[in-house]
Design a protein around this ligand. Structure first.
Ligand code: ADP
Length: 173
């Protein structure tokens, strides 16, 4: 079965889902934007598990395009899936790495048995990826990735992000 793709505008740290995807950085030790909101609302348990990951399997941090799960702490979710988006570049095509964030997050979600997954617009904040292109990559990737996830919900923070995703869905039904 192909998953249902939905959009909502809002704060991803407030949604209810089996797994919430975090637009993390490779340190896994917190940052601004989505990362800041998730750690603030999710509480210290998430950061503690991230620290343990850094002390064990991810000594050098999480590579760009990869994903790893932790507890969701106080969030209304069972897991947070941390993924590291690429910084946008005008001289190098890093689209594959951005697509990989969505693919790897869904792979981890499948391993966990998550049925509903909430995604932010990875790389479109501090990492400056232009929204229309990021929306195209996100939607094309989740549509073509085989997964047992039943609902993929994009949680877009502002009007501009919401419109970019909605527009792409209208263009490509
Ligand atoms: P990145 O470093 O991958 O660019 P950011 O967290 O800076 O990640 O931003 C990714 C996107 O998430 C941006 O479009 C930003 O506006 C949006 N965003 C920021 N805070 C939240 C939040 N609490 N919930 C959902 N989206 C958010």
């Amino acid at each position: 079965m192909t998953p249902t793709i939905t959009f909502v505008q809002g704060d991803i740290s407030r949604v209810s889902a089996d797994a919430i995807v975090n637009a993390a950085n490779s340190s896994l030790l917190g940052g601004g934007g989505v990362d800041g909101a998730i750690h603030r609302r999710g509480g210290p348990a998430i950061l503690e598990e991230c620290r343990r990951l850094r002390a064990s399997k991810y000594g050098k941090g999480l590579a760009t395009g990869r994903a790893v799960a932790t507890t969701a702490g106080n969030l209304d979710a069972r897991w947070v899936i941390h993924t590291v988006g690429p910084v946008h570049s005008t001289t190098e095509d890093r689209s594959d790495l951005l697509a990989s964030c969505y693919r790897e997050s869904l792979r981890v979600a499948d391993e966990l048995g998550a049925r509903t997954v909430a995604f932010p617009a990875i790389s479109t904040g501090v990492y400056r990826w232009p929204l229309p292109d990021a929306a195209r990559i996100a939607l094309d990737t989740v549509r073509t990735t085989p997964t047992a996830v039943e609902e993929i919900r994009f949680v877009l923070f502002d009007d501009q992000a919401y419109e970019a995703f909605a527009r792409h869905l209208r263009v490509v039904p």
